[in-house]
Design a protein around this ligand. Structure first.
Ligand code: AAQ
Ligand code: ZN
Length: 378
């Protein structure tokens, strides 16, 4: 059905095609041992068992539901057995909401100078002390069971972009075998193991990867190998090929995405969960996210701007402080400046996904998307 049926203004033919594309957007609820959470959802990233510059209390206050942590980093330091002895990641970092850990697949390939990948797993040099390390599906799953996250990810290879068809094919087939090994190694009940769809930027490999992983029957699916430098239209095309093959009644997690425009497009294709280092990373160099795009609050233009970053924003920074004050702190290298921009950016994305959920529930998502993209891409 055309979700724009009953739309008052008559849209031009080409817009008609775009606007009446079937929307796969959905609002769901994700059940975990640490609570039931609303989707679509943005998950703040806390690489080393902390979301940089903000406390668990502030995360709770801004509406964070599930946060991410990283097996690769915690495996190298402080070690996942130590975290297990501390009572697990929730206890260690005092977070009683949901936690999802990535398997380390992506970090091995993107952080440490990669040594080599074999059927067994990936050998690499630690980015901390240069020591030779090794991760396999069995090691990555054991590490994640030690950490005790509510949702853990299968060990995979994130295929670099661009990649030859033959390499993408062999790597995707190996990731599927690694997913099966991850499943066999996963013996902790109450903890959900998600598989990760690969396939590079090749439609047929994406479909094979999705179908193979669906037949292995996982409780949820990550969509990997995207947001790795490919043009956005290519990412959307891979989503269009992949998402419809995944079970409607299971969550879909688009890994490493992203900016609000990507989020609203991905939700339209039926994605439920997102993670991205962007809001916390750009905050640290003084960039704030707004519905009209980025605002570099560190710029001289804001030296005497006594308005908040966004006067319609309900976050702690916008409710209490001006652009001039935050700019002053950033220029003076005051830690509080980083904290305020980080709080704003996380709040912005958390609130944005809440607004998308509301729009879906009120059956007005496509017009929400249209209005947002008109304003944001300006
Ligand atoms: C930015 N673009 C992007 N990110 C990707 C990731 C990592 C997602 N973020 C996880 C994280 C967790 C804690 C701290 C920091 C990051 C992927 N992870 C896996 N396992 N496989 C992927 O294909 C894959 C593809 C990605 N593309
Ligand atoms: Zn704000």
């Amino acid at each position: 059905t055309c979700a724009f049926a009953g739309q008052k203004k008559v849209l031009a033919a080409y817009e008609e095609a775009v606007k009446c594309g079937y929307s796969g957007a959905r609002a769901g609820r994700l059940h975990t041992p640490h609570g039931v959470f609303d989707t679509p959802m943005f998950m703040p990233v806390g690489t080393q068992a902390t979301v940089k510059a903000v406390s668990p209390r502030e995360l709770k206050e801004m509406g964070a539901q599930i946060i991410l942590s990283n097996t690769y980093h915690l495996y190298l330091r402080p070690g996942t057995e130590l975290v297990a002895e501390a009572g697990g990641l929730h206890r260690f970092m005092d977070w009683d909401g949901g936690i999802l850990t990535d398997s380390g697949g992506f970090q091995v390939f993107s952080l440490g100078p990669l040594r080599k990948i074999t059927e067994e797993g990936a050998a690499f040099r630690s980015h901390i002390d240069g020591s030779t390390q090794f991760l396999s599906p069995e090691i990555a799953i054991k590490a994640q069971m030690n950490l005790g996250a509510d949702i853990i990810m299968a060990f995979d290879e994130c295929i670099p972009y661009p990649a030859e068809y033959q390499y993408a094919k062999l790597s995707t087939e190996r990731t599927t075998r690694w997913a099966e090994r991850s499943q066999k190694a996963h013996t902790r009940s109450g903890q959900a193991l998600f598989a990760i769809v690969q396939g590079g930027m090749y439609q047929d490999l994406r479909r094979v990867s999705a179908n193979d992983l669906v037949s292995l029957d996982f409780p949820g699916y990550g969509i990997g190998g995207l947001s790795v430098g490919e043009p956005k239209p290519v990412m959307y095309e891979m989503l269009e090929q992949t998402v419809p093959l995944l079970p409607e009644n299971k969550p879909r997690y688009l890994m490493g995405v992203g900016t609000p425009d990507c989020l609203v497009e991905a939700v339209r294709y039926g994605i439920d969960m997102f993670d991205c280092v962007f809001p916390t990373r750009v905050a640290r160099n003084g960039t704030a996210m707004t519905k009209s795009g980025r605002l570099v609050v560190k710029n001289a233009a804001y030296a005497k701007d006594f308005l908040p970053i966004d006067e319609n924003c309900g976050c702690y920074a916008c409710q209490n402080f001006s652009r001039a004050y935050i700019r002053h702190l950033l220029k003076a290298d005051e830690i509080f400046g980083l904290r305020l921009t980080t709080i704003h950016n996380l709040y912005f994305l958390l609130d944005f996904t809440k607004k998308m959920r509301q729009a879906i529930l009120e059956d007005r998502f496509l017009s929400f998307r249209e209005e947002f993209l008109a304003q944001y891409c300006k």
